[in-house]
Design a protein around this ligand. Sequence first.
Ligand code: AMP
Ligand code: MG
Length: 414
Amino acid sequence: MPDGCACDRHAHMYLTVSDALARGLSVADPIKETEAVPLIDAIGRVLAQDCTSKVDMPAFDNSAMDGYAIRTADLGNGPVLALPVAGRIAAGDDGTHSAPAGAALRIFTGAPVPSDFDAVLMQEDCEVTADGIRFTRRPKPGQHIRRSGEDLKAGAPILRQGCEITAREAAVLASAGYGEVTVYRKLKVTIFSTGSELRQPGEELGPGQIYNSNRYMLRALLDKPWIDLTDVGPVEDEPAVLEQVLRETCESADLIITTGGVSVGDEDHMPRLFAEIGGQTDVMKVAMKPGKPIMFGRRGDALYVGLPGNPVSAYVTWQIIGSHMMARRAGLHHVPQTPENAVLAEPLERRAGRQEYRPVVIEGVMPDGTPRLRLMASSYSGRVALLAQADGLAVIPAETETLAMGQVLPFLRF
Ligand code: AMP
Ligand code: MG
């Protein structure tokens, strides 16, 4: 392949997306250091221990309903059953209540069921009388009682290391008695945007200048409790400056993400500079559209991901490859992307060679609920406004040249 060739004819000489992702995952070693933190501070972090329940769930027999606890042995044979009510148990009571033989106890959801009671009647099934309750539906022994340990016994596994502690994980850790959990230390991520043309939004644009959108895009993508972010901001296309920033960040970060400067132009300095500071490049070109120029490599403990400068390319390469590498580096288990099926609302013609992630809008749904996709412009790598309007990305296999209207294809919803 001629060095610097950017045409699709040579795409077969690039790595496929799946090979690039596999290579990326293989070089993204999970950080090893962990820390114990209070559960409240572990929310959003990456769990670093396998967890088993510290308690039986539930911890004691308790009522699943608001109603009346009874002993089924007390019931007579008649079609209408009646019992006096001898006391009251609410959630938080200790459950040592007793009642004379033949009496019921008023009970509420979550309240402990005393050991000699074996059923709970729903209050909806009971008529309250001057003497107690009357009911006609004969209860089965055990009904509406949640038994101690029936969900989970103490010692049973609840979570594996490598998950993100989101709402569901936080809830089960709390109910299993974890006041403190061991999480991976935060991943130190450093970002900078290369490009002498970049200005901050809010500033005046001079001739040839553009607003730096990649910085804000990355800030949004990296706004996670398990990331300790350093944002260097924009760096001009000055080799000496770029080299110094790259060298310094490689000393201090677990992961460095840059945008721009990874293509084949004279001002695309990153591949050469990364090699010059002793970086080992693992991947340089991937047969994907948008985003053929994406590089990643390692230097010491630092992982480097160089995203393309075009904002849509940067976004897509990050979502498809970079984000998975980062997740693995942070200790998260790899969760493969699972596209849904969608139907093309129009025919498509394109040049084969690269696996394409085409921005699409959902135009409607088929009778079975499958989304119907309208393709956005075929030339879009720099069109960030279009990205904001899209509902997701249609995945077009590398070898595909034409797709008929109505064709089913994979769709990654945003
Ligand atoms: P590069 O990969 O550096 O050649 O950049 C490709 C295109 O993306 C050029 O038109 C750049 O001006 C543009 N670009 C690079 N970095 C950014 C950025 N941070 N925000 C918006 N556009 C950018
Ligand atoms: Mg540039």
